[in-house]
Each structure stands twice: as C-alpha cells, then as structure tokens.
Design a protein around this ligand. Structure first.
Ligand code: BGC
Length: 738
C-alpha cells in the first residue's frame, strides 16, 4: 500500500515537474521584447478569443484571454478624476464605498496654468488614482479645439490654440503612463460641438485640419507616446470618425506611426466593414439593451462581435485586420496590466489634494482688477458678502461622462469662511436659483438646493447684504446642467443664465468693491462689464475649489493664470458664428472660417475681444525689456534665439507667462496675423528680473501647404512678438528666413 501511494505520488510529481519544466511562454516572459510577446500571444489565440477581445463585455471592460491568463482591459473616465464604479451594464454607479476620488480641476483650468509642470503633476496624480483603482486605461485627456463658446464640452478641453494644447497635453500623458496606465486621448477628431454630435458631418479644409484641429493629437501621439486614442462621435468628410479611413489609417497610423489602440467612443461605431478596415481596434458602448434581449449576450451583437466572426467564417473577409487589432490590444496589455514593474498607485492621498490645489491656484485667471479691488484688504475688511448659487453648488457631480464622486469638495463659501472667520464676518445670500439638481448617474451631492422664494425676494436679500458689506464676491457663471457646461448638448447662447446679468448690475450699483467670479469652462458675455471693477475666471476646480478661491481672493497666492481661449464681446464676434457655420444644416457643418479660429479670427478682423487669449493679471506688475535676437537671419536648418528681460516691478512675488508669437510677413497662402509658438512661466520676487529665451527653428515657421500636402516654410521676413497676451504685445523684432 505504502509503495502504491508513493508510486502515485512519484508519477504525479513527474507530471508536474514536466509541466513546470516547460520553458516559460514568451508572452509571459517580461525579459522578452514586447513585439515578441505580442506575436507569441497572438499565435496561441483562437479566432473566437481574438474577436472577443476587440469589443466590450461590459460598460467599461473588454475580455482578456482567460485560458492564457491574459487579463481583461478595464477603463475609466477621465479626464478630471476617476469615475465611480458603474454597474456591469449600466451608467449608474455601482454603489461601491471605496471609489470616491480626488477631483482635479477641469482641463480648461489646467491649460490656463500655461505650466507644463502642472500638467505633469496632474497626469501623474490622476494616473496614480487610476492605477490604484485597477484601471488599465484612463479615458482622457481631451484636446478638441475650442471653436465656439457654445460647445457644452469645452470645459473638458484645453482651449482654442493648437500650440498651447499640444504643449500641455504631452506631460499629462507622460504622467498618466508612468503609472502603467494608458492615456486615451479624445475625441479624435473635430468633435467641436455637442449638437448632433453622433451624426454631424464636419467639413473642414485640409489646412485648418492640419494646423488647428490635429496638432494636439499629433503631439499626444508623437511626443506623448499615447498608448490609446478615442475616435470621435461625429463624421468627417462623410465617414464616422471611429472608422474613418483618412483619420485613422492614413494620418494616425501611416503618417504619425501610432502603435497604440484606437477605441471607439461609446456608441460611436456604425458599420462592421468600416470598423474592420478603417483602423478601429476596440468597440465600446454600442447599442445594447442590457443583457436581456439577445440569445446569449447582447455584446455579441456589436459590430465587431458576431457579425465580424460570421464574415470571417464565411470567407467574406480575412483575418489580417483582426490580427492587427488584437496585436495592438496585446501591446497595450503588456504596457499596462502585464507590466510587472508598474507602480501600485495611490488614491485620495494628501499629495493628490495638494496637486489639485496647486493646479487650481495656478489656473484661476484675474481678468479685471480696477482700483486694486483685489486682493481683499484683510486689514480693513470687516464684512464680506458672498452671493450666488455657485458659491455653494457642488460642481464635481454632473456634466456628463466626466462627472465624479469625489471624496470631498470644498465650496467657495466654505473655503472663504475657513480662511476669513472669525476676523471677518462672511454673510451669504443665494441671489438666484439656477439648477437644483443634486445627482448624476445615481451619485448624489447630498445637497438640497431647493428654494421656494421668488426671484425678487432672492435678489432683494442679495442687494441688502451687498449694501452693508465691505466687499461683494459674486459667484455666478454656468454649471454642469443641461445646456450649460455639459456633455450631450450645447449652450443656447453666450449669456449668463438665470437672469444673473440683472442681479450683477444691481449689486454693482450698491457696492463698488464688487468682484464677479465666473465659474465656467466657456466664455460668457458680460454686458455690465463697465460697472464691475473686478472679474475672475474660476473654472471648475474640483475637490479644492474653495481653498484655491480663498487663497487667490485674499492674496495668499498671487494669480498667474492666463486665458486659453478668447472671450469675445458677443457671439457674432466668434468666427464659427460669423464666417463659419454652427451648428450646421441638414447634418453637415462647414468650418468655412478655416484657420481663423479664436484669436486668429479676431486679429484678422481687427475685432477687440472682451478678454484676449493669453490674458491674465497679477497682483504685481512686470516690466518687459527689449527683445534681442542673436542673429537677424536664419537658414532652414538653423535657429534664432530671442531673449527678453522681464522684471517684477511690484511689491509681491508673482509669476508671469511670457508668450512668443510669430508672424509670417509675406506668404503665398493666407496666414494668421500671428500665432503662439512659445511660452514660459517665470516666478519672480519683488525687484527680481530674469531673461527668458526662445529658440526659433524652421518647424515653428511652417504652415501646411495643401497644394503640396506638406508642411513648408517660405523664405522671407518674419516677426517675433513677445506678449503678455495675444493683444498686449510688449516687444517685437523682425528676422529673415533664407
Ligand atoms: C464620452 C466619452 C467618454 C465615454 C465613456 C462618451 O459619451 O463622449 O468622452 O469617455 O462616454 O463614458
């Protein structure tokens, strides 16, 4: 008996050793190059396993290969924090109690810092949060160009300028991916409005495409090495962007060399054949009725599921494209989930709150500050009136897919009370009732904002407290509800909603120390601007909103944000609404304004904006010296270095964003009056000065010649302009390209 047991034991052991003794498959061996692991894994997969991998299995995940131990891919929105866990097949939150995140400022605020270090800090922190929550892909950042102030999603993007957004997106991606989490840059491309977003066909000329709408995506791919990109909902030249041959096969893969994964926007796929052949890798969010109505699983009905499998089996299509898609996905998995060296991440850490706070403080823009109303004079102020719904309304909930369940959110009123009391009395009045909504996808703010008083009563109360206060801080603007700054719809006009204009004018009439703080991701019109001495652009600032606001308003932090988009006086000053079309006709929108978006249009038409692109004030003053060029002419292979001295001439430390714009004095094709081609944020103590240098090379002088289909520059005269904004030019010099 004993002998029998030991014989069995021995044979088992032999069988196991022979299993163990097998060499490790290459795909599991992380000493092997990724491409070898990809082809090894691919060679072991069945046709069914491959097809399973290229479409969703739930709202935010796709299957791995269970048999081979290749993990699932889990994704999360993006881009301002980690979305709460949702039910398997629903948008509704799943009700987990461990998923309340740090809410970071909206990307418009990040862009307004004009500070690449802030972008790296943002990406690193949000990447750590995604990693800790076990996500392989973060659905963000977004870099669609700000074409019209009506776009409901502008707050999720980085403004109107291709150079600024290209520079700012790269560090964010690097930060995210340093955690072994893929950044998925969205929405590629031309998703510049929410009206009819799922079907609208965008027609834009090649130059505007290349020079305005694509540079940030190109930088994300070539400089940021983004591992994923999301196709947009809209069509471009008659083909949906999620399977657009020109955008995906020709530009993204062939020209830019993208080796990552193209993920559809949720429900952005419309056709199996196009999805097979036109460069898409993964299909998400297509129509499904939950898990009930189909024979097995409604995900089988996705365009890239059974319909594709059937076509392959019947011989109608081959498997070359399938293998390509699966290879791209495997590559992403080896970069993320199956990268044993990736860090473990961190969630709602103090460091993340600190990053959120610093980004918020650096992004807030002081737009106007007549009579030095700000910062609040703490020596003399006894009573401060805080007015407006946006002083109390939680803004991290709502707005669409970027809605969050944040661990905490300090409102402006809370932040001001914490900072000012008990020395200063802080009194509050609502002033108006806007949106009393308190939940999104089942995440509730816990706030009850119902108020049954009449508009007159609310206004009267606000005017009364404004009259007796030393300062009035009015927190108004937009919010994240429908037709404001929210996904799915655009704004209806550029005005402030809820009759705020009338209230603001009344408040300004009774108190000359009036500050309007605009909470929004979009420009708003300000018909009362001459009556209100101070205006602050406050964005959506996330968890640390109130702390950041208080720090800026009392002057603990000197404002240094600059606008990433222009504020036109009125909607018709914006090119999409004058030269171009918006929101289009019969399903088509023509970007007839071409290149002339944002300040490029205002410059061309000599229209004075309310606030210019690049504008932002400080509590100190800066003096710009003379611009010097190390030489007056350059060859196409050479460079010119321009240098300018800048001095802090005020009495407090502060930061200034020195901006370089270039003008092509004469060219065969029309060019903008000037274009941003460099910026540097410098921090200076009172009396301190420094020299800021920019190196100009040929790439900065080029334009896209659509007659030759290439980037080119033409010899001749150029001008380098240094500005504190796009309209506040401090110095200029000409040079020649030989
Ligand atoms: C949005 C994307 C988002 C996705 C998943 C879509 O509606 O356009 O930006 O990442 O949903 O939530």
């Amino acid at each position: 008996m004993k002998r029998l047991i030991s014989a069995i034991g021995l044979s088992c052991l032999c069988a196991m050793t022979s299993l163990w003794a097998q060499p490790k498959p290459a795909y599991l061996d992380d000493t092997k190059p990724i491409e070898q692991r990809v082809s090894d894994a691919l060679s072991r997969m069945t046709l069914e396993e491959k097809v399973a991998m290229i479409h969703a299995q739930s709202k935010f995940s796709s299957p791995g290969v269970p048999r081979l131990g290749i993990p699932e891919v889990w994704m999360t929105d993006g881009p301002h924090g980690i979305r709460p866990e949702v039910l398997w097949d629903e948008w509704s939150q799943a009700g987990w109690t461990n998923d309340s995140c740090t809410a970071f400022p909206a990307l418009t605020c990040l862009a307004a810092t004009w500070n690449k270090e802030m972008s790296l800090a943002y990406g690193t922190a949000i990447g750590e949060e995604a990693r800790y929550r076990k996500k392989s892909v973060l659905l963000g950042p977004g870099v669609n160009i700000y074409r019209t102030p009506l776009n409901g999603r502008n707050f999720e993007y980085m403004g109107e300028d291709p150079f600024l957004s290209a520079q700012m997106v790269v560090p964010y991606i690097k930060g995210v991916q340093s955690n072994g989490v893929a950044a998925c840059v969205k929405h590629y491309a031309l998703n510049n409005q929410e009206t009819e977003r799922g079907s609208i066909n965008v027609l834009v000329d090649e130059r505007a495409l290349r020079e305005i709408y694509l540079p940030a995506f190109k930088a994300a791919v070539q400089e940021g090495d983004a591992w994923a990109i999301m196709g947009a909902y809209n069509q471009f030249r008659g083909e949906h962007c999620c399977h657009n041959n020109y955008l995906l096969n020709k530009i993204l893969r062939e020209e830019w060399g993208f080796d990552g994964v193209v993920i559809s926007d949720w429900g952005g796929v419309h056709d199996t054949k196009q999805a097979i052949f036109n460069g898409l890798d993964m299909e998400f969010g297509s129509w499904t009725d939950g898990l009930n109505w189909s024979s097995t699983n409604s995900y089988d009905r996705y365009y890239l599921a059974k319909p594709y499998l059937d076509m392959i089996k019947s011989g109608e299509v081959g498997t070359t494209e399938l293998n390509q898609k699966v290879s791209n996905i495997l590559r992403l998995i080896f970069r993320t989930e199956m990268n044993r060296n990736r860090p473990f991440g961190a969630f709602t850490s103090e460091a993340h709150s600190k990053a959120a706070l610093e980004i918020a403080q650096e992004g807030i823009v002081l737009l106007k500050n007549d009579n030095h109303v700000l910062p609040i004079d703490l020596k003399n102020a006894k009573k401060i009136a805080v007015i407006g719904e946006n002083a109390i309304k939680m803004m991290t909930v709502g707005g669409g897919s970027s809605s969050l369940k944040s661990k905490y959110e300090i409102s402006p009123l809370q932040g001001l009370k914490q900072r000012l009391q008990p020395n200063v009395e802080v009194i509050y009045a609502r002033g108006y009732v806007g949106d009393v909504g308190d939940s999104y996808n089942n995440v509730s703010t816990g706030q009850n904002l119902k108020d049954d008083r009449t508009p007159d009563e609310l206004m009267q109360e606000a005017v009364n407290i404004a009259r007796e206060a030393d300062y009035v801080l009015f927190f108004g603007g937009l919010n994240k509800s429908k037709n404001q700054d929210a996904e799915g719809d655009d704004r209806k006009n550029m005005n402030l909603p809820y009759n705020q204009d009338a209230l603001i004018a009344k408040l300004a009439a009774v108190n000359s120390n009036m500050v309007f703080i605009n909470i929004s991701g979009n420009a708003v019109s300000m018909p009362w601007i001459n009556e209100v001495p101070a205006v602050v652009q406050g964005w959506y600032l996330g968890s640390e909103t109130g702390h950041a606001m208080a720090a800026i308003l009392v002057g603990d932090v000197n404002p240094s944000g600059k606008l990433p988009f222009s504020f036109p006086v009125k909607l018709s000053d914006n090119s999409a609404h004058s030269a171009g079309e918006y929101p289009g006709k019969n399903g088509v929108v023509k970007y007839n304004e071409g290149l002339f978006v944002g300040y490029r249009w205002l410059d061309k038409q000599k229209i004075k904006p309310l606030f210019s692109f690049g504008h932002g004030l400080s509590y100190t003053t800066f003096e710009y010296g003379k611009l010097t060029l190390n030489q007056k002419s350059m060859s196409k292979k050479g460079t010119i270095t321009c240098a300018i001295r800048i001095k802090n001439t005020g009495s407090r430390a502060g930061s200034e964003v020195v901006q370089l714009y270039l003008t092509d004095k004469k060219s065969s094709l029309p060019r903008p009056v000037k274009e941003l081609k460099g910026f540097r944020k410098v921090n200076l103590k009172p009396g301190e000065s420094t020299t800021v240098e920019f190196v100009i090379d040929n790439a900065l002088l080029q334009f896209y010649d659509d007659t030759l289909n290439k980037w080119t520059s033409e010899p001749g005269k150029f001008e380098a302009l240094i500005g504190a904004s796009s309209t506040d030019i401090k110095a200029k010099e000409t040079f020649v390209l030989q």
